[in-house]
Design a binder for this molecule. Structure first.
Ligand SMILES: [Zn+2]
Length: 323
């Protein structure tokens, strides 16, 4: 299948293709060639995003070609390659294909896109285990979870690790450890919460920890549930991104061409979220991730059959939207 060969060609440029780097440039150059082969006219906008167009398209599809240092072959790239395949098949339909810049470190490119379409559909690998567990090849994404991030500090007292009895200690790391377990308990029913960073002072093996700072990353599918999660954990978010609900014609088109498909809320942000926040009707199609849903890792995998199904479905949905 040509799409699979193209994933391989992009991966062969470099595993790590940072936003606005020569490696990302090379990926965009390859994709531009494929767009022209599919009969699209290419141009680059002020944000450096690559566009391929037939006619004056109201409907766009695409994703990103940059990657993280430990990347696999599918994240982002599949969405661009699939959109080009769809454009190739829908040869009589005005359609836009876009490769956004610097998604992984931003998203930056999709924020600087300038003009906006009337509808956008992004195909992406799930990057999680839900579809694999359901035994379903494809899922319809109805929105992106909201996210609250902050830092919590625990103050104790530095003491000698040998001479201070256990009942005379004020150990900040022990308090922080209780908090980590509390955070895990608070996240349930589709909400998630993570302590991923810990800073210990003085961070010495023979000193009782005096001060500990931990990060909190809490995500939930609705604004109300995010608020409840933050309250249950008990922290002051430094950053709060509200959930985004997808709606309108793109979501209806996916439901029409994929009746009965499971519907999911994405825990990860995507370029589609940026467009949705700008007021564009948006939907996403997830392709099942195998290997337990691992992503940002070389073991990231979707089957050839699932990729083929994803491209067929994207093509059908774009056909419905653009005609
Ligand atoms: Zn991605």
């Amino acid at each position: 299948m040509r799409a699979l060969d193209r994933l391989q060609e992009i991966a062969a440029i470099a595993q790590y293709r940072p936003g606005y780097s020569p490696e990302e440039d090379a990926a965009h150059e390859l994709a531009a060639g494929w767009m022209r082969e599919a009969g699209l006219e290419t141009h680059v906008d002020a944000g450096g995003n690559l566009h391929g167009r037939r006619g004056l398209p109201r409907v766009w599809s695409g994703s990103h070609l940059d990657s993280v240092p430990t990347a696999g072959r599918f994240d982002g790239v599949l969405g661009v390659v699939a959109a080009i395949e769809a454009a190739d098949r829908l040869s009589d339909v005005p359609l836009g294909v876009v490769a956004f810049r610097a998604e992984e470190t931003g998203p930056h490119g999709s924020r600087r896109v300038g003009e906006l379409p009337e509808a956008f559909v992004e195909l992406h690998v799930e990057q999680g285990p839900v579809l694999e567990r359901l035994g379903e090849p494809l899922g319809i994404v109805t929105g992106v979870a909201g996210q609250a991030r902050g830092v919590v500090t625990f103050d104790g007292r530095a003491d000698h690790a040998g001479t201070t009895p256990m009942d005379a200690r004020d150990d900040a790391l022990v308090e922080a450890a209780r908090f980590v377990l509390h955070v895990r308990e608070c996240a349930r029913d589709g909400a998630v919460a993570t302590v991923g960073e810990v800073e210990v002072e003085p961070n010495a093996s023979n000193v009782v920890p005096a001060r500990v700072r931990v990060s909190v990353d809490a995500r939930a599918p609705t604004a109300g549930r995010l608020e409840a999660l933050v309250a249950a954990i008990g922290f002051e978010p430094g950053t709060l991104v509200q959930p985004v609900d997808f709606s309108g014609a793109p979501l209806e088109a996916l439901r029409q061409v994929l009746p009965g498909a499971p519907e999911l809320v994405s825990g990860a942000g995507h370029d589609a979220m940026v467009l949705a926040s700008a007021g564009v009707p948006v939907a996403m199609l997830f392709v099942r991730s195998l290997n337990g849903g691992v992503s940002h890792h070389p073991d990231e995998l979707s089957s050839d059959d699932d990729v083929a199904r994803g491209i067929d479905t994207l093509t059908a949905a774009l056909g419905v939207l653009a005609r």
